[in-house]
Design a protein around this ligand. Structure first.
Ligand SMILES: NC(=O)c1ccc[n+]([C@@H]2O[C@H](COP(=O)([O-])OP(=O)(O)OC[C@H]3O[C@@H](n4cnc5c(N)ncnc54)[C@H](OP(=O)(O)O)[C@@H]3O)[C@@H](O)[C@H]2O)c1
Length: 345
């Protein structure tokens, strides 16, 4: 008989209350996979999108969660894993060996978890897609969020200057300044493009890392310096006040013609502004084993030297995952939201 474990199961799309803890069979590792006895997993924004039903290609029922840290059952080594196929909100996960790295002594589980997926995304946006060079100016949207707070610290550590963070409340902007950002701006400022240019010394921003889209991305594009780059990491709906909002329409980067629906960002605009647009998806890193482990090694080293810290907003039990989703959707979190799968509530 297969061993049982506790896991959060998503049986049908909906609000945070559809996330329920159940006893289910432990996963069986396939070829090239290992079992991990999980200590911590985490909430990522895309988990909200999956829960709301905006990933129709993902079959349900499913155990959400794309990351986990814990002990590899076969040898007891401490490892952190990316779970492209989900399954993270559970006491045990089956992870691909290729998407798993060992955690060095001196890096605790919470740091390892935050650094691997969200830190890796920040790294990819700044360096792989954004081609950041020391001395360039960088702006980051949702800068107090899981990816954003690591992107700000990484930009500082890489010698970017000035580093500008966007966050929606004074408390979050203070948090962003505390991470080392030179300037913190309100993404809802109607003059955001001007504020970005001013903050970057008048010429505009060299690299804008955006995970919000819509008006924020538009202002980011308008605020770019010649040879500036906008890197798109993701997008959000305009409203943030409920469970269904996470999977809303995808806002266009630039204006859309109401009649034709055509996005009015043209190559001519890119040429006339000497600007560029790029995208980044972590999925394209995970399939390059050497790149993935090299990035993890560099991030762990920066963390070991105190240059990069995962700030934990809260740690919840599996039974509290719905409430944690609601907090992220309500924009009420700063930094990383962790799930301690062994905590009983
Ligand atoms: N491309 C990739 O490989 C990759 C990998 C991981 C994540 N991502 C993307 O990176 C982004 C950040 O992910 P994360 O997990 O770190 O999440 P997160 O940034 O912690 O998400 C929460 C924050 O997003 C901001 N936000 C802006 N508009 C929002 C809205 N309409 N609803 C809710 N929040 C809104 C809020 O900050 P303010 O209140 O300060 O605006 C909020 O605190 C997401 O778009 C995600 O899809 C991409």
């Amino acid at each position: 008989m297969s061993r049982q474990m506790r896991a959060v199961v998503l049986r049908h799309p909906g609000g945070p209350d559809v996330l329920r803890v159940e006893r289910v069979p432990e996963p069986l590792p396939g070829l090239g996979e290992c079992l991990i006895d999980v200590t911590l997993t985490g909430v990522n924004f895309d988990d909200l999108v999956q829960r709301a039903g905006a990933h129709p290609e993902l079959p349900l029922p499913a155990v959400p969660g794309v990351e986990a840290v814990g002990r590899r059952r076969v040898d007891g080594r401490r490892v952190v894993a990316l779970l492209r196929q989900g399954g993270g909100y559970a006491e045990v996960v089956a992870a691909r060996d290729a998407y798993t790295v060992e955690v060095p002594a001196g890096i605790d589980d919470a740091q390892a978890l935050g650094l691997f997926e969200q830190g890796g995304t920040a790294y990819g946006a700044l360096l792989l897609a954004g081609r950041l060079r020391a001395g360039e100016s960088v702006a980051v949207s949702a800068a107090a969020g899981g990816v954003g707070h690591l992107a700000v610290q990484l930009a500082v550590a890489l010698g970017a200057s000035p580093v500008i963070g966007l966050a929606s409340t004074p408390a979050k902007r203070q948090f962003v300044k505390g991470l080392g950002a030179d300037v913190a701006l309100d993404p809802a400022d109607p003059e955001l493009a001007d504020r970005l240019r001013e903050a970057a010394g008048g010429m505009g921003v060299d690299l804008f890392v955006d995970s919000v889209g819509g008006p924020v991305a538009r202002a980011g594009l308008a605020g770019l310096a010649p040879f500036g780059r906008l890197v798109c990491l993701g997008w959000r709906p305009a409203a943030a006040d409920g469970p269904g909002t996470a999977g809303g329409d995808l806002p266009a980067v630039a204006d859309v013609d109401d009649v034709t629906g055509v996005v009015a960002l043209t190559t001519a605009q890119l040429a006339r502004g000497s600007i560029g647009c790029a995208g980044f998806w972590m999925r394209h890193v995970v399939d390059h084993r050497e790149l993935l482990s090299g990035i993890a090694e560099r991030l762990f080293a920066l963390a070991a030297h105190g240059r990069l810290t995962v700030h934990v907003d809260r740690t919840v039990a599996l039974s509290e995952v719905g409430a944690a989703h609601a907090a992220v959707a309500a924009r009420a979190t700063t930094g990383k939201v962790l799930i301690d799968v062994r905590r009983e509530m």
